[in-house]
Design a protein around this ligand. Structure first.
Ligand code: MSP
Length: 670
């Protein structure tokens, strides 16, 4: 029996449509899963969506939908995107599914029956955005994690005896140093736990969108206990068929973003210990994808959709960029310029060029059959050098990948590409190809064999990162289905002489400025036409990138007589009711106020030119109308994510639009 490997992504909240931040984690896991399969592991890769809790309930209210409608729609969007990207997850768990609910309730009962759950009252602050009890702040104070306003919660709750696990957790971090990676996160968690743990409220009784507490359905289970349990419920924990649970649990690698370390490295192992279940082997926290120096997130309005990149450059380009450009574990910036630069340097000019030169020459000079190398004379040293570099690269690549150091692993592989490029330039096979003498032919054969063998090795190593393009190169090399290749056996010199090449075609056409413009244009359209969570699901599944193409004309608005606009055009403007939480003057700007406006699902920063008409303190608590799908812009260095609606009398001061009746925050105006 081969060794098992179980890998999980966090399950994604369905209050926002997927963006490349979510894709980043999922791509990293998919790459690892693909590699583990190629290394012969019995691999299981889980992803899914997190669909309960107050945040989702409110998002649904704001979208005018039932929570189930919203979760069905957005969960389908995640899944459709993962399918479109060809991600090889083995299971997609939804927390609203029956199998999950049963498993969570089984886990609850187990923890309760072991005496770790008791009833009490919680009075304190709660951050709906993070779904986090915030003990450390008082009423009116913001969440220390995300800075958004907290709400005071006063309710009867069930508590989990978290404090009882302090010593066991500290012991776990010592006994299993890889439990939390990287080291910086391990240190943070250790000091957090050392500073003392309080019991944790694990139920809510003032709303209903969750899994009922067994034997007390007035309560729903705290959404983080519900969500974390997905990693075992998906395997059939608590069901009649726990075969997968027994086979795969504990997880070998749980991948998360750095903002959810506490939930995964403190709460999660404590829940498992309380239930007397094994804890995961390794939890790896990566950094954030930043866009214009801010974390990419819906609430900041600075997201980039994966679809845009897939459409213009294809999935492989996005995968390679994310894993090569960003040091895994640290924050990294995304920009279209950097994406295209990386694509051209590493793929079009690097691997793509090596493949097309090598294979085209084998076709031209050796009728498409891999030639015999002959190692005679002093020149053999050069080939030996390449072979030695290749052997070292294989070993380094494996070691770095095991530690999730993807960028360094890829750097090593591309070091080999650079070495063979240099070798080709120095040895000029194209010049030798024009000669007929035996020595030139024999030398040419050696050079092309060396180059093709290097290409084979880089292609095999890079396959988990760039599955589509490498499968094509592998096919062009006449090697068949790369999916069947055993990466653990990869060695220099395995390329069989006489291998007949397939049809040779370029795999990475060069991208130019038009590609950047096209992506920017697609993003702009995506932002203005379909920003809401409640939009249609992604286009049909396909992993084939559309080649780089000229910018498509923007669809003209429907023509309506007399300069009027159609109802469709009006519907593009998303107006919602917001409540001002923070208002302050902007230094050096007499007319501007910086506002933080709660939209029900998120708090937005809006910079508004109303300082001459309103004193900041009069605005806090006031309900206002916000255009929420306006592209963000900077005013006095501050990003404004939306616009406040006001009447602007000629020569007079602006007057804010408001309502005579009370309207819930987040309601759409239409
Ligand atoms: N639902 C919880 C997780 C529950 S797991 C039991 C949650 N969901 S989330 O939708 O907010 O997604 C969180 C994960 O998405 C992050 O941990 C990270 O893996 C990924 N990312 C979302 N935005 C990201 C960036 N801007 N950059 C990098 N990763 C990001 O938290």
């Amino acid at each position: 029996m081969s060794k098992k490997f179980y890998i999980t992504t966090p399950i994604y909240y369905v209050n926002a449509r997927p963006h490349i931040g979510h894709a980043y984690t999922t791509i990293a896991c998919d790459t690892i899963a693909r590699r583990q399969r190629m290394m012969g592991f019995d691999t299981y890769f889980l992803t899914g969506t997190d669909e309960h809790g107050q945040k989702i309930e409110r998002a649904a209210q704001a979208a005018g939908k039932t929570p189930q409608q919203l979760t069905d729609e957005v969960s389908a969007q995640f899944r459709a995107l993962w399918d479109r990207m060809g991600l090889t997850y083995d299971d997609f768990i939804r927390t609203t599914s029956d199998r999950h609910k049963l498993g969570v309730q089984a886990l609850w009962r187990r923890i309760r029956d072991k005496g770790y759950i008791y009833k009490g009252h919680y009075t304190g602050q709660y951050c709906v955005f993070d779904e986090l009890y915030v003990d450390s702040v008082g009423p009116g104070e913001p969440c220390p994690e995300c800075g958004r306003p907290t709400e005071t919660v006063r309710e009867e709750n069930y508590f989990f005896k978290l404090a009882a696990f302090q010593d066991q957790l500290l012991e776990l971090y010592t006994r299993q140093p890889d439990f939390i990676r990287p080291e910086t996160r391990r240190n943070e968690v250790t000091s957090f736990v050392r500073s003392g743990l309080r019991d944790l409220s694990v139920s809510r009784s003032t709303f209903s969108w969750g899994i009922p507490v067994p034997d007390d359905p007035r309560h729903v289970i705290y959404v983080w206990l519900d969500a974390l349990a997905n990693y075992i419920t998906a395997l059939g924990f608590g069901s009649d068929d726990p075969e997968k649970y027994e086979r795969y649990w504990p997880a070998d690698l749980q991948m998360i973003g750095k903002e959810i370390v506490r939930f995964h490295c403190v709460y999660w192992p404590a829940f498992l210990m309380a239930a007397d279940l094994p804890v995961p082997q390794r939890i790896m926290a990566h950094g954030w994808l930043l866009f214009e120096e801010n974390k990419m997130s819906k609430s900041r309005g600075n997201i980039v959709r994966a679809e845009t990149i897939l459409e213009v450059l294809g999935t492989d380009a996005l995968r390679h960029f994310l894993l090569r450009e960003i040091v895994f574990g640290q924050d990294g910036s995304f920009s279209f310029d950097a994406l295209v630069q990386r694509y051209n340097a590493d793929l079009a000019n690097g691997l793509g060029n090596l493949a097309s030169r090598t294979l085209t020459m084998i076709v031209r000079y050796f009728k498409g059959e891999v030639p015999y190398p002959s190692h005679s004379g002093s020149r053999a040293a050069e080939e030996n050098n390449i072979a030695t570099t290749a052997r070292r690269t294989i070993a380094d690549f494996h070691a770095l990948f095991e530690q999730c150091q993807f960028s360094r692993a890829l750097e090593a592989a591309w070091g080999l590409v650079a070495a063979v490029d240099k070798y080709l330039v120095e040895n000029q096979p194209w010049a030798l190809g024009e000669k007929d003498d035996d020595e030139s032919r024999s030398r040419l054969a050696t050079i092309l064999y060396t180059s093709a063998e290097t290409l084979r090795i880089v292609t095999a190593l890079a396959h988990p990162v760039m599955p589509d393009a490498t499968a094509k190169i592998w096919g062009q090399m006449g090697l068949g289905d790369i999916g069947k290749f055993s990466l653990a056996d990869l060695q220099w010199g395995q390329l069989r002489l006489g291998t007949k090449l397939g049809e040779v075609q370029p795999v990475f056409p060069r991208a130019d400025k038009a590609a950047i413009e096209r992506m920017q244009q697609l993003e702009e359209q995506g932002r203005t036409v379909s920003p809401s969570v409640a939009e249609k699901t992604s286009p049909p599944a396909s992993t084939t990138p559309v080649p780089i193409m000229p910018a498509a004309p923007v669809k003209p608005a429907t023509i309506v007589p007399d300069g009027k606009i159609s109802i469709d055009d009006f519907a593009k403007v998303e107006l919602r009711v917001g409540q001002v939480k923070v208002a302050e003057r902007v230094k050096g700007a007499d007319k501007l106020l910086r506002l933080e406006v709660d939209l029900g699902t998120e708090v937005r920063q809006v910079v508004a030119g109303i300082a001459e008409a309103y004193a900041p303190e009069t605005l806090v608590g006031r309900k206002v109308v916000i255009v929420v799908n306006l592209a963000p812009r900077k005013l006095r260095g501050l990003e404004s994510n939306g616009m406040i609606v006001a009447a602007s009398p000629e020569g007079g001061k602006p007057v804010l639009a408001s309502f005579l009746e009370d309207v819930p925050v987040g309601t759409r105006l239409k």
